[in-house]
Design a binder for this molecule. Structure first.
Ligand SMILES: NC(=O)c1ccc[n+]([C@@H]2O[C@H](COP(=O)([O-])OP(=O)(O)OC[C@H]3O[C@@H](n4cnc5c(N)ncnc54)[C@H](OP(=O)(O)O)[C@@H]3O)[C@@H](O)[C@H]2O)c1
Length: 328
């Protein structure tokens, strides 16, 4: 049975078992804001923001690279417009460890200062290294995170897309500097179960690291609105299995949702992740999506249904090329 919330290691910051991903906010190339998806506006985003917080889904994940900072700027405007809701929010953002950022301590502090300025907050709840590919060592990255913590700009620190070995190594380097690794943000869903079968989730549990599950509804593919006959628009490169294969997973989600009083495929897919001890952070573009996603809370699927879903889940091991550098 999953708890109602998690406390980020080394802090008293509490996060719900479900969050919101905000990559689509301000991004045109993958998610269509200002291009193919004309229904996505700052007003629909505000409604998603309000509905999520009102449902207790108060963890928001962004990154310096989302919409080249626009996702953070939009969140900053939402925070400023509604201090009462803002007070309930935990903000998580990310540092991109690009190869040219060789002075990583200075680069990370500069990037973080820009992020908090865009977000309009004195510090963030969680600061994550966006990916494991860096010219600098884990020791250097941990040192940089420690500098951010000493500067009072972050509560918790985390990583993203780290393997078992990388997670252990970074946790060790942070411990040497008096910090704890709080989170590892990974692609985990019924279209990519490999973090469970590879032992990554077990390693996180052992180290007290909360796994944050990104693309948890397969970039919309697990909602049932896309199919082989009607594939998703845009680039959406994560979990891009042939839709004929995805359709079979969605059929099982639908059957299990029907057993539970008409729960939606997306809600069952999110519930499966929560049951595995990870915190899904589905993207939401509007009020309806936010409310539907929040409907994954407050109920749970039982052991038989978990087994049924385990059987249809796809491993989702990426090609080496994708593993080397793919992020969102
Ligand atoms: N660390 C990393 O490298 C990394 C990588 C990827 C993502 N992330 C994070 O994880 C978050 C979530 O991942 P994601 O955005 O890639 O994929 P996702 O959460 O699986 O899918 C989100 C998309 O699904 C559709 N959707 C959401 N709720 C829906 C609902 N209830 N019914 C129907 N459609 C719905 C929306 O797109 P449409 O309406 O256009 O279909 C939405 O933008 C991101 O926002 C980001 O914060 C991190």
């Amino acid at each position: 049975m999953a708890p109602d919330s998690y406390t980020l290691a080394g802090t008293d910051v509490s996060i719900p078992t479900l969050g919101v991903g905000t990559w689509a906010w301000g991004d045109s190339s993958t998610w269509g804001m200002g291009s193919y998806d004309s229904s996505l506006t700052e007003e629909t985003i505000r409604q998603a923001w309000d509905a999520s917080i009102d449902a207790g889904v108060s963890l928001f994940d962004t990154a310096e690279v989302y919409g080249s900072g626009e996702s953070e700027r939009i969140i900053g405007r939402l925070m400023a417009a509604d201090p009462e809701r803002a007070a309930k929010v935990v903000l998580a953002t990310k540092f991109m460890p690009s190869p040219w950022k060789l002075n990583v301590r200075g680069a990370l502090l500069t990037a973080l200062r820009s992020s908090v300025e865009r977000l309009g907050v004195p510090k963030v709840g969680l600061y994550q290294i966006h990916g494991p590919i860096s010219l600098r060592s884990h020791a250097a990255l941990a040192e940089a995170l420690a500098g951010a913590h000493q500067a009072g700009l972050v509560d918790a620190v985390g990583v993203s897309n780290y393997s078992v070995k990388e997670t252990r190594s970074m946790a060790g380097e942070l411990t040497k500097r008096g910090l704890r690794l709080a989170t590892n943000q990974i692609e985990f869903s019924l279209l990519r179960r490999v973090p469970e079968t590879s032992g990554l989730l077990a390693t996180c549990a052992e180290l007290g690291v909360v796994p944050l599950a990104y693309s948890p509804i397969g970039q919309g593919r697990l909602t049932g609105k896309y199919s082989a006959a009607s594939p998703p628009p845009g680039k959406r490169g994560f979990s891009a299995h042939p839709m004929e294969v995805v359709d079979k997973v969605v059929a099982e989600l639908r059957a299990i949702g029907d057993k539970h009083g008409g729960r939606l495929p997306s809600q069952v897919a999110l519930n499966w992740i929560i049951a595995k001890g990870a915190v899904p952070i589905p993207g939401a573009k509007n009020r309806q999506q936010a409310e539907e996603n929040a409907g994954a809370l407050g109920w749970s699927i039982d052991g038989d249904d978990l087994e049924r879903l385990d059987r249809v889940a796809l491993s989702g091991i990426r090609s080496l090329q994708n593993r080397v550098w793919q992020h969102g």
